[in-house]
Design a protein around this ligand. Sequence first.
Ligand code: HEC
Length: 141
Amino acid sequence: MQQIFTKAMARNIFLGGAAFFLIIYVVLTVDTWRQIPQRDHAERLTASVRHGKYLVDSNNCVGCHTINGEGAYYAPELGNVYVRRGPDFVKAWIKTQPTGIAGRRQMPHFDFSDADFDDLNAYFEWLSHVDTNHWPPNVQG
Ligand code: HEC
């Protein structure tokens, strides 16, 4: 039987293909890392923003909410809450939970100080400046 595909050819296609896609992978990875400093605005990460993030993490807000699409899909996205709702709403909302409205999903009460609310809002404001390439798409409140 005539052999059209030699072992050497198969090996070269495999190695050539693996090398080709490895190079694309490395180039895209370097490109992503190159863009991060302009996109995440690390220069805006003040102590207040960091503490706001700590409050969100330590109280497991993403157990119900998403932040930039990551987390649970029980409650609204918080990555854009600063733009959608604004800092006064966020503070008033959290202070008045749970609403106890029948048939509506409930959020627990969190006992934050005024300084904590300022830090939470600083974190949400920082998030609003992160360029996520419009991710997640079509989020609503
Ligand atoms: C047990 C689930 C749960 C946890 C944990 C939780 N939330 Fe919520 N949250 C909800 C639900 C449900 C709603 C929407 C309720 C409604 O629309 O009546 C909500 C709404 C909100 C809203 C209003 C969003 C909007 O777009 O109207 C904000 C702000 C918010 N949560 C902040 C937080 C923060 C900050 C934390 C952590 C400190 C947190 N939530 C933890 C369930 C939760």
